[in-house]
Design a protein. Structure first.
Length: 293
């Protein structure tokens, strides 16, 4: 769904242009946003009308072949970097050992089990999206929303084509919406929460790799949008994110403090208490975020 990461659904559909590979849509609403979007007659009317009007209007822009080709090129480059991250020999160990992924199996926060097959061990082929994205969200490292983007932009600039990116942002509503979603994901990231991994001999390098790509992506979003800080031109969205993130930060600190106790001390008399703290704090953290990326 277009708004999975908190993006504006109406702007997304209006930005697609005239050439589409399909002529139908499926609208999925995450459980934690149903009440806020459709819990009252007024909010339901507003959100449904926004969607219908976007579909009824003429597209904001007609994407040229050059724009389509550049977007496709950026997509291929970013995807290549993302796949390289997934194939890093420390990626799965980081996910399984240093995030709260394992606890999703003990929670009723999704409509389906975390894995497609309980018999298989952890691998990215059988892991469902909600625990995968949710685990990174609780780390405040929303890599699924931005990883590879900054690297792709850097490559284009090194080839002397940086002006093409600025021109694309000026002319393409779709590209603007894409960067808007990226800005939201970056605004929800909070790197000091996992800074303790810089002292972890096993994961310090890959954590630094994730951090540097986040910085790189933020640098490019600011450069292309002309903003001095993320979502500067979307103050309502920015203030909403800030309000919710400030509320859940204490819960996240509790989670990570308890998780570090378990990781450092192994099984102990207090492990059950620490695990209970983690399990009790995950659902409100996910719910307050409203979306998981």
């Amino acid at each position: 769904p277009a708004a999975r990461g908190g993006g504006n659904t109406g702007k997304y559909y209006q930005s697609l242009g005239e050439r589409l590979s399909i002529n139908t849509i499926q609208q999925t609403i995450q459980g934690q946003t149903i009440s806020s979007h459709y819990g009252t007659v007024a909010s339901a009317k507003h959100n449904l009308l926004e969607l219908l009007l976007a579909l009824a209007k003429e597209p904001d822009c007609k994407k040229s072949d050059a724009q389509n080709n550049l977007i496709a090129e950026l997509s291929d480059r970013a995807h290549r970097h993302y796949i390289a991250l997934r194939e890093n020999h420390l990626f799965l160990p980081l996910l399984s050992e240093a995030t709260l992924l394992r606890y999703f199996e003990q929670l009723n926060v999704a409509s389906r089990p975390p894995k497609r097959s309980k018999k298989e061990g952890l691998n990215l082929d059988n892991l469902r999206a909600i625990p995968f994205v949710g685990a990174w969200s609780l780390m405040k490292l929303n890599i699924s929303a931005f990883y590879g983007l900054g690297l792709a932009f850097d490559e284009i600039e090194k080839e002397g084509r940086g002006e093409e990116l600025h021109q694309l942002f000026t002319e393409s509503t779709f590209f603007q919406v894409l960067l808007g979603n990226t800005a939201q994901a970056l605004r929800k990231s909070f790197y000091p929460l996992t800074r303790y991994l810089t002292k972890d001999p096993k994961f310090k390098d890959i954590w630094q790799q994730l951090l540097e790509e986040a910085w790189r992506a933020e640098k490019w979003v600011l450069a292309l949008t002309g903003e001095s800080k993320l979502l500067e031109k979307e103050p309502i969205i920015a203030s909403s994110i800030t309000l919710r993130e400030n509320i859940i930060l204490p819960l996240l600190v509790i989670q990570h403090a308890a998780f570090m106790k378990i990781r450092n001390n192994g099984a102990s008399k207090r492990s059950a208490v620490y695990e209970k703290l983690i399990l009790k704090s995950i659902p409100p953290s996910i719910n307050a975020s409203r979306n998981s990326a």
